[in-house]
Design a protein around this ligand. Structure first.
Ligand SMILES: Nc1nc2c(c(=O)[nH]1)N[C@H]1C(S)=C(S)[C@@H](COP(=O)(O)OP(=O)(O)OC[C@H]3O[C@@H](n4cnc5c(=O)[nH]c(N)nc54)[C@H](O)[C@@H]3O)O[C@H]1N2
Ligand SMILES: Nc1nc2c(c(=O)[nH]1)N[C@H]1C(S)=C(S)[C@@H](COP(=O)(O)OP(=O)(O)OC[C@H]3O[C@@H](n4cnc5c(=O)[nH]c(N)nc54)[C@H](O)[C@@H]3O)O[C@H]1N2
Ligand SMILES: [Mo]
Length: 557
């Protein structure tokens, strides 16, 4: 997420869902299983294709359901996106299909970028990606001759050691074609969790305060020190993927984990277990007793979305009010109330260091209602300045930035001008994934989700209906590979990486490429994360969930 912030001010959709799905002439969907993971947006893309003949290019190593609607499917090898994108842009430039006016007026860094593209003529791009030269040419032509094109992506692009560079390459593509700041175009990362956008907007990242005010800025540090009554550091903090290993190394003594299940969702589960074991003190704020719960010293019972009020900010930067529908059970309380209580204990603890000036405007921790939290947000986060609770209660929703009480919000970012002035082309080169197949581990494993389950499955494995449809983890394997490993009518496979081993049922299907298998992390008895590799993107610190090397063997059921 931090990485996306470098390109466009924040990792958010530049255009709105309505705008993109109604106005794009071409959809370029890369690394997003949209119909299964963002079903509403997926449905709208399907409608656009069927009802108004929009064109659809899907770039995905798997035959995802959206491929049935696609004009072209670029089925590239996992982890080769940069070669694919640079190869497409090479063709666009060679044919003079770029938007020369946009490049001259709105961008910088074009010459260096152009020099890098020289390294990706069609035969090279085709060799690396496995996509034929003809198909590359067809895709480039289709993109360049139909404007506007909306670029849409998700985790298939970002969960790589080159995830940030992949995103920068997509921004390059959209600038090259002049598809930024216009209806039906833009750079559109589909955010995952219902409120992950809101969490980032509120500074739930190690490098920014609310509204992406940089932690390293003296000015921001001063602003927040005064508001919160305590000195603020200008040092960038750690990401979760750095904190967990730091707990093992002894650099972190305590973890306060809220609404995360690292035993299920972090890469390399066996390693995560040893890290959590080594950590001296763990607080877990959860709504269920999860796989991570046995490692916690204290469990704090939170409540689900239906039992509290507040706001969620969705993937198109839209801030929406949530109203409480159910009464919390037992001692469970909304997360903000638990945090308020904990903060008050710290503030009033006589043995504590009490460096807080409680006279500061927002140091009191006396919230009675989420509307008071929103008042603080209005005052401190400029892009939320006009998101007044009273407006939300009247039924308004807004896409930030909402600059003041009368501002209607901003459906499309970067109209006429980028947040940073000129849009910068980035010269980014392809490098292979951190771990590639070899003699001992001859398959590529890619991981992700299925329609019927949610991450660690804590929420969805409790639903009888969902379990009836998808009761156990399945590992997708190509028919040729099933034969090669001698499955021979049997269904069970053992998958082993350098980090661990799981056994599960195989789903023999040509959804995946030969030489590639696909697994999910929805079931503790066979979670893909036992196998995954915690190699991180050096900028975003996201693990390479989408590529590692494994061995696959048939086992007796
Ligand atoms: N039902 C359901 N919906 C969800 C979630 C859930 O758990 N269940 N989770 C939510 C969350 S938090 C998120 S982040 C989103 C994730 O949404 P997505 O990113 O769409 O979901 P993933 O399953 O991670 O896989 C993305 C796609 O990337 C492809 N892929 C794999 N490797 C590569 C590669 O190297 N390059 C490219 N271009 N593609 C590749 C996969 O085949 C897959 O189609 O989903 C959200 N929606
Ligand atoms: N192999 C592999 N691993 C992945 C990924 C992948 O594609 N492949 N994707 C990654 C991505 S994109 C994501 S987002 C993560 C998701 O990983 P997590 O965030 O760990 O997964 P979730 O299951 O969404 O949520 C964790 C917990 O939040 C709890 N919870 C739900 N609502 C509330 C609430 O209101 N309050 C509190 N206190 N708790 C609540 C649930 O009970 C659940 O146990 O997984 C990552 N891990
Ligand atoms: Mo996510």
């Amino acid at each position: 997420m931090a990485g996306l912030a470098t390109a466009f001010g924040s990792g958010a959709m530049s255009n709105s869902i309505e705008d993109v799905t109604q106005k794009a002439k071409v959809f370029f969907v890369i690394g997003s299983n949209t119909t299964e993971q963002h079903p509403i947006i997926g449905m709208k893309i399907r409608q656009a294709v069927r009802q108004r003949n929009a064109l659809l290019i899907v770039a995905d190593p798997r035959q995802i359901p959206l491929v049935d609607f696609a004009t072209l499917h670029l089925q590239h090898k996992p982890g080769t996106d940069l070669a694919l994108l640079n190869g497409l842009m090479h063709i666009i430039l060679k044919n003079g299909w770029e938007d020369k006016e946009f490049i001259a007026e709105r961008t910088e860094g074009f010459e260096e970028f152009k020099a890098v593209l020289e390294h990706y003529p069609p035969h090279v791009a085709s060799e690396i990606t496995g996509v034929s030269e003809d198909l590359l040419y067809e895709a480039a032509q289709l993109m360049a001759t139909n404007k506007p094109m909306a670029a849409i992506w998700a985790m298939g692009i970002t969960q790589h050691i080159k995830g940030v560079h992949n995103v920068l390459a997509l921004a390059n593509l959209q600038m090259l074609l002049g598809n930024i700041g216009i209806p039906g175009g833009g750079v559109n990362p589909l955010r995952g969790q219902n409120n992950v956008q809101g969490a980032c907007d509120m500074g739930g990242l190690p490098n920014v305060y609310p509204a992406y005010q940089p932690v390293t800025s003296e000015e921001a540090a001063k602003k927040f020190s005064q508001a919160w009554g305590a000195p603020m550091s200008t040092k960038v903090g750690m990401t979760v993927t750095e904190m967990i290993p730091a707990a093992k190394a002894g650099h972190i003594k305590a973890l306060y984990i809220m609404a995360e299940d690292p035993i299920m969702s972090d890469a390399d589960t066996n390693h995560v277990r040893t890290c959590l074991e080594a950590c001296e003190f763990i607080v877990l704020q959860e709504i269920f007793y999860t796989e991570t719960a046995p490692y916690a010293d204290v469990l704090l019972p939170g409540v689900s979305f239906a039992e509290k009020c507040g706001t969620f900010t969705n993937t198109e930067r839209r801030i929406q009010l949530v109203r409480q529908a159910l009464q919390p059970l037992g001692e469970a309380r909304p997360d903000w109330q638990i945090l308020t209580e904990v903060a008050n204990r710290i503030l009033t603890n006589p043995s504590g260091q009490r460096k807080v000036d409680t006279q500061a405007p927002y140091a009191r921790w006396d919230y009675q209602h989420p509307s008071q939290i929103m008042e603080e947000i209005n005052a401190l986060a400029p892009s939320y300045a006009g998101v007044k609770y009273t407006r939300l209660e009247r039924g308004e929703t807004f896409q930030w930035p909402v600059l003041d009480e009368n501002h209607p919000g901003t459906p499309i970012l970067h109209v006429g001008k980028f947040a940073r002035g000129l849009g910068k082309f980035s010269a980014v080169e392809y490098i292979p994934p951190a771990e590639l197949p070899d003699e001992n581990y001859p398959f590529i494993l890619s991981t992700g989700r299925v329609l019927y389950h949610w991450h660690g499955g804590e929420l969805t494995r409790r639903s009888q209906g969902l379990l009836e449809i998808y009761p156990k983890p399945l590992i997708e394997i190509h028919p040729e590979d099933a034969e090669r490993i001698g499955l021979n009518g049997r269904r069970r496979v053992r998958v082993t990486s350098r980090r661990g081993s799981i056994e599960a049922e195989a789903w023999i299907t040509d959804r995946v490429l030969p030489g590639m298998i696909y697994a999910n992390f929805h079931f503790p008895e066979a979670s893909a994360n036992v196998l995954t590799h915690a190699a991180l993107d050096p900028i975003s610190k996201i693990p390479e969930f989408k590529v590692c090397a494994v061995r696959v063997e048939a086992v007796e059921s």
